[in-house]
Every structure is written in C-alpha cells, then in structure tokens.
Design a protein around this ligand. Sequence first.
Ligand SMILES: C[S@@+](CC[C@H](N)C(=O)[O-])C[C@H]1O[C@@H](n2cnc3c(N)ncnc32)[C@H](O)[C@@H]1O
Length: 488
Amino acid sequence: MSQLKLEPFRYPVSFAPFPATPLVTPTNAKRRILWTRYADRLLLNPELTRALVSFQANKSMPYYRWLKYKEGFSVDFVRYILGRFKPEHAAIRVLDPFAGAGTTLTAAAGSGCQATGIELLPVGTAAIRARLAADRVDIDGFEKWLVRLRRFQFEPLKTKPYRFPHLRITERAFPPDTARAISAYQRFLGRIDDEEIRSLFWFACMGCLEDVSYTRKDGQYLRWDSRSGKSMGSGFNKGPMPDFKQAILGRLEAMLHDIRHRNGGRLSRRVHIVEGSCLGELPRLKKQSFDLVITSPPYCNRYDYTRTYALELAFLGYDEAAVAALRQSLLSATVENKAKRENLRDQYCRLQRHEFYGRAVANFDCAEGLHEVLGLLYAARNRGELNNNNIPVMVENYFFEMNIVIHELARVLTPGGHMVMVNDNVQYHGEEIPLDLILSDFAAAAGLSVDAIWVLPRGKGNSSQQMGAHGRNEIRKCVYVWGKPRMT
Ligand SMILES: C[S@@+](CC[C@H](N)C(=O)[O-])C[C@H]1O[C@@H](n2cnc3c(N)ncnc32)[C@H](O)[C@@H]1O
C-alpha cells in the first residue's frame, strides 16, 4: 500500500455551479433524480477549454506531433490535473487504462511519476513506444540514415516489390506514385541495421500515411477525397497532398529535432505499457497500487477506431479478420460490437472473483436513470424509429463494460487517491444520456466519492440529424473528479 500522503482535493472555490436545470419531461423522472443527487457537484470550470481536453494543443508539441492521435487530450491537461492532485516532489503512481497515444504516461513520467498505461489499439502503443525510444536511440546514427535517405532513389524493386497490404476500405488510398514510393521506402528500411533507428523510421512512415493518402480523419469518419474515385459524390478535396519523399523527410527531420532535445533518457524507465484490453488487464493489477488515474475512455458515440485508423492497421499487417476481432475487443462503442457479458462473467469465474463481479452487476442492474433511457431507446427501436437498431444494445453494453472498468479502478486506487475522467454526454433519438451522472453514480456505488463534475464552458451541439428531428440541445462535455476515501 502507498505510504504517500495525498493532498486533499483542492476545491476550486471560484467555480460556479453549472447553471442549467434539466428539462422536465414525463419520461426523464429517474434521470432528474440523478441530476438532483449530483447537481451541487456539477461545476462550470472556465479553466478547461476544449483545446486543453483535445489533441489540438499537442499538434505542434515535440514528440506528440509524430502521430496525429486526434482522440487524445493534451499534455497541458495532464499537467493541469497533476498540478491539483500530485503532491510536490512526490513520485506518485499514475494509471491510464485507455492510454491512447500515451499523453498521460509520458506527461506524468516527465513530472517524475511512475506511469502505467493499458491500450488495445496498436497504433497508440506504437506511438508511445516511439516516444520512449527517443531515450535510447543513437542520435548520430539517426542523422546518418536521414542523410542517406535524402539521396535515396524512391523506386521500388523490380522483382517482388513491397505491396501495401490494403484492407477493403483502404484500397486506392494512395496516388500511384505515392504507393511506389512507400514500397521503395520499405526497401530502405531493410537496409537500416540498427533496430531502434529502423523502428523509428518505420514509425515515421506510419505517422505520415494519412497526409499522403486521399483520406482524412475527420470527426467521426474517414473522409475520402474525390480524386480517389471513392468519395461517393461528396466532392471533398483535402487540398494539396505532399509526395511521400517530402512527407517522410519532413517527419524524420521533426523527429530528429525532438530527439536532440530529449528528456535526458529518463522517460522510458518510468513508463510501463500493457498492450491489451483493460477489461482483461485491470483484474491483473494489485489492489491499491495507484495514486491517480487520469483517463478518457472511448465516448459512447458510435466512433469506430478501427475504421479511422484502417490505413495504419493495414500497415501494421492487420487483415480483415484481425480488424474485426480488434473492433470487438475494444470497449463497446460501435453498433457492430457484440456483448462481452458472457466473456466477462467467465473471466471473473476463472479468477474466482464472483463476489466482485456480482456486486458490480448488481450496481449496473439498479442504475435507474440508465434503465429509464434504455427502455425508451428499446421502445423506439421496436417502433422502427431508430436509424440503427443496434443503438440501444450498444449503449447498454457500453455502460455494462464501463461499470466493470470503474469498479476495477476503484479497487486499484489507493485510499486518498483520485480518478479523473474526460467524457462527453450523448443523445440518441432526442433522449439525453447523462454519462456524467450515470458513470458518477457507478463510481459512488463502487465506493468512490464524487468530488466534482467539471463542465466545460462550451459543450457540443447534437448531430445535425438529431437537431432536425429534436431541436438544438447542447450536450455537456465533462471532466469527472472522483476520490477514494481514506480508510478510517
Ligand atoms: C479517447 S482515447 C484516449 C486517448 C488518450 N487520452 C490520449 O491522450 O492519447 C480512448 C482510447 O481507448 C482505447 N480503448 C478502447 N477500448 C479499449 C479497451 N478495451 N482496453 C484498452 N484500451 C481501449 C482506444 O483504442 C483509444 O485509444
């Protein structure tokens, strides 16, 4: 157990209560009870801008600019949270169970913490590993290979050239010259004898696939430029595209610049990465082994990471079956996900943790606010009113899995520790799903205190489809602050 005395939650006295009151409708009585329960914890936090809780501020930041991981939050956000919860000069243990490209891990390690991250998407773990490799790589060797690359003829081999291992949805992603140059670059990679340098040069290629392709990761979707012949009439044009040589050299030069200013080679010793699903990995962690959790799970918004990162997954060698398996293992947030309930039950049975699992499921079963909205969504599905019939199942599975994650996190948190989570509320069929309140209620059921739900000054508009049918309704974007009471 930690010997550390953690600071009590520094309550932001200046933060005003969130001004809205919930709409009173005949169908939201249970959600209003939840609102009443947590209304005094909903605080408007003017210090939390959207830029801070998104990747935006990382875009030009050394190391983080190597791969645009748009689902990430910023280094400054992690520092902001550490500033409130990390006692000065203390090497606390930080966990991020949805580590993404590892912002929490390297930002916390940079502030002297020990950081552990669990992440399932290999694109994210590759980004973390590349950032850590900067600690060890031979900088002069890196520069030497960069000089050679500048002179390299980007022509693929005549016999047995590398062919980009496309998935169905990535076919025709590159102009022919770019495809040839990527192929030639693989030949160049084969010549690099230093494994660390080769892996960074390989990662640079993955990092610029989007730039040199006809695709753009845009909000929810992977958009296709009309020049690809695949844009389905949208007429989208992403503007001038760099050729591959220009893009890869630019990326490697930026990497060299960042590596030269590396953090004295200390980050990698403080970061531990686990590649896997947090649903399977959290149960392996010892109880009370972390002082602070900083995380942002996938949102319950149908966003499909395997689609957005299809080019990178193809590059990593994922075929159709592997992509489908990966999608299913991710937290259920797409309409394609099937329930993981039975697998989870079997897992906890094998671990002989029936009691823990039974308690978590019971807390899920009596979440009245959630079941109120699920009932409405299932009824709308039965009347054929949803644009996708799997939405209620997706929402149910999302909460079922998040509830297990929250119970596990409550277990691994040390008394006096805190958990900070970024998430968005969502709305389906005009029904608000107050994730902030429902998840906070799960946290309370798991033994945590709901210290604050910081609301960002600007929420999110509902989708245009929903707006047409149900009117404009700004949806809260929040940062939840939960604490684990000290033992008395
Ligand atoms: C909102 S992103 C987190 C981004 C991260 N905060 C950053 O700054 O890079 C959510 C992440 O959860 C990951 N994820 C989804 N399901 C998971 C699971 N079952 N186990 C671990 N990670 C998962 C996704 O791949 C994604 O990278």
